[in-house]
Design a binder for this molecule. Structure first.
Ligand SMILES: NC(=O)c1ccc[n+]([C@@H]2O[C@H](COP(=O)([O-])OP(=O)(O)OC[C@H]3O[C@@H](n4cnc5c(N)ncnc54)[C@H](O)[C@@H]3O)[C@@H](O)[C@H]2O)c1
Length: 315
């Protein structure tokens, strides 16, 4: 393991599903290297609109702040070596109903994180991007060289975020890298609410003895990536010497399953609801992640679902 000393790291959105686990991984990594005594500091910025304070690692310093307010985040980010930017309003349907509010957080908030990082002398920003930037493409797998065609305000906002990150590298010399995640699932996922992703929603429905609700005919496919694999990609993006110029990198498994197959893995009766406006298929080409980060997925969907079924007691 590489040792990096005397660093301050800020996880923006560190109370959320993925951000809290990035924070845990950073704390674990630093503790293994001697903890705060060796000069490590992990800070979390989150306004708790989607995340929970209890999810924030107690060894991290929590700041209840909003990325829409530049002046409030500047002093927290100042002097950081690495900034992981995961804060977002991350639901497609919500963005369709609330385009202005989601723009404010997902785009303006991201620009604020970039401004604060540039001014604060940050050495690298790792931005959580989304495969929703692709929309529907003519061919699969989805490769980073394809022209994005987002199908929702959310997809467009996440794409703008990575473009801003790239421009901040080119124009202002701020090192950035964007990781385009493909449907992240795993322990800690939020199974509640109208906007919950299929896996979380299915697990909850199965647990409550209700039929699994499938939008449309269920033939739509998703490349689903385990949160621990996504966390590992973040740490590799922090350490890799091959990134920092605004690169955009797919983080997906390279395998996809239809929603019908997914429902079968979780088990139980199904009912169909009207189709939603969403890309029909996602499937990542992950060769760039291998090349630039040395990353490849380690957890299969079958293993990941098995673990979650155990956690939900529907083993
Ligand atoms: N979960 C997925 O499948 C997935 C897929 C692709 C990309 N992503 C991206 O990964 C990131 C993390 O997603 P997640 O699933 O952990 O979502 P999440 O909602 O669990 O986490 C997002 C966090 O951002 C915080 N936040 C929201 N608005 C904020 C604001 N104005 N100021 C400060 N904090 C704010 C929320 O409180 C929450 O803790 C997001 O940027 C999302 O777009 C997620």
């Amino acid at each position: 393991m590489k040792t990096i000393n005397k660093v301050k790291v800020v996880v923006v959105g560190g109370a959320g599903f993925i951000g809290s686990q990035v924070t845990d991984a950073l704390v674990a990594r630093f503790s293994a290297q001697g903890g705060p005594a060796s000069g490590w500091e992990v800070h979390v910025i989150d306004n708790l609109s989607g995340g929970k304070k209890e999810s924030v690692n107690p060894k991290a310093t929590f700041h209840n702040a909003d990325i829409r307010e530049l002046e409030s985040i500047k002093p927290i980010i100042k002097g950081a070596t690495f900034v992981f930017h995961l804060a977002a309003l991350p639901r497609v349907q919500y963005s369709i109903e609330h385009p202005a509010e989601t723009h404010e957080v997902n785009v303006t908030g991201t620009v604020n994180v970039l401004i604060a990082s540039k001014e604060g002398g940050v050495k690298r920003v790792i931005y959580s991007a989304s495969s929703s930037a692709y929309g529907d493409q003519k061919t699969l797998p989805l490769v980073e060289t394809m022209t994005p065609a987002p199908k929702s305000p959310y997809g467009l906002q996440k794409y703008l975020g990575e473009e801003y990150a790239r421009v901040w590298s080119e124009v202002y010399g701020l090192p950035t890298v964007s990781l385009r995640y493909f449907n992240v699932y795993g322990p800690g996922l939020n199974p509640d609410g109208a906007y919950a992703l299929a896996i979380g929603k299915f697990l909850k429905q199965r647990k409550e003895g209700k039929p699994l609700t499938i939008w449309g005919d269920g033939t739509q496919t998703r490349d689903s990536t385990h949160v621990r694999d996504v966390v590992r990609a973040n740490l590799l993006a922090m350490e890799s010497t091959k990134v920092g110029k605004g690169e955009v990198i797919n983080i997906g498994t390279g395998r996809n399953f239809s929603v019908n197959q997914l429902a079968k893995l979780i088990g139980g009766d199904v009912v169909h609801e009207p189709a939603r406006l969403e890309p029909h298929d996602t499937l990542a080409d992950n060769s760039l992640a291998k090349k630039l980060l040395g990353w490849k997925p380690e957890i299969t969907l079958e293993e990941g679902i098995k673990e979650l079924k155990k956690a939900f007691n529907i083993g």
